[in-house]
Design a protein around this ligand. Sequence first.
Ligand code: NCD
Ligand code: ZN
Length: 344
Amino acid sequence: MTNTLTIRRPDDWHVHLRDGQMLKDVVDFTARQFGRAIIMPNLKPPVTTVEAGRAYRERIMAAVDPALDFTPLMTAYLTDGMDASEIERGHAEGVFTAAKLYPANATTNSSHGVTDVVKIHDTLETMQRIGMPLLIHGEVTDQHVDIFDREAVFIDQVLQELVQDFPGLKVVFEHITTKDAVDFVMESGPNIAATITPHHLDFNRNAIFQGGIRPHFYCLPIAKRELHRDALRKAATSGNAKFFLGTDTAPHVVAAKESACGCAGIFCAPHAMESYAKTFDEEKALDKLEGFASLFGPAFYGLPVNEGTMTLTRKDNTVPASITADGTEAIPFHAGETLAWSVN
Ligand code: NCD
Ligand code: ZN
């Protein structure tokens, strides 16, 4: 039995750090575990300009513990009719690593998102030319489509065509939740990859309704049936470099989650690597964790792997019931559970 595992220092390719006091309270959880993180731009207002991206990066660097070696990789939030030259300039100046496509109103703070991909064709052409990755929240927003089908329908209605129209564009299909998405990524060319969260590997949709409604298991895309979770677990632990780590840690204060209309998002940063280790251990694939967490992401983005290592040890690790955040509390993923792995 493996009791200690040392891997290259990992990166998180999908993180919501928020802003203000919440940013100060949550950033070190990510920076302790990950060398770099792709920072989501869905602030209020969203990060749509180079100046806003630069300023947000400075606020993150001011908030993070200076003893931690952490680099935030910024993203631009795409909007209808956006000026492609702004994205190109942001990339050239080293501010924007990637750009994010939120279908309008798909999730938290996405009301300024894209209403039709046709409206960002100029930007996508530019991104394809300069080799800048497009990060996609892959769900249709049509309220007539069943919430559990929105990812699969997005593949059929939007993604297939987008990938055909821009065959050289690097695309990350983010936080995938279905077998349909796994199959799509496997059948696509090498420039199409996907991130997978710790929570979508850990539970299926039953968890949201276990004995009552459980808001801390609600995120978007929503967790699906067991067959989908199983496909995600197989993909993540397969050693296929198209699938890599992205936690989608998305903290909200307790009152915003435990409400008549609770926010989507799971705060998984505090024990992210321990949670992934649990899945890889259960799948008898601990030897595949390093590729998923530390090697495949940099390879896709064309970046060097991190210096330094992380050691995970088989040692009981109890997750706190809550964490101080934004003047109140947030509930972390696995709250109150004892995980079998600890990060040293
Ligand atoms: C994210 C958030 O809260 O910003 N929520 C979530 O459920 N994942 C938005 C997102 O990435 O969809
Ligand atoms: Zn997200």
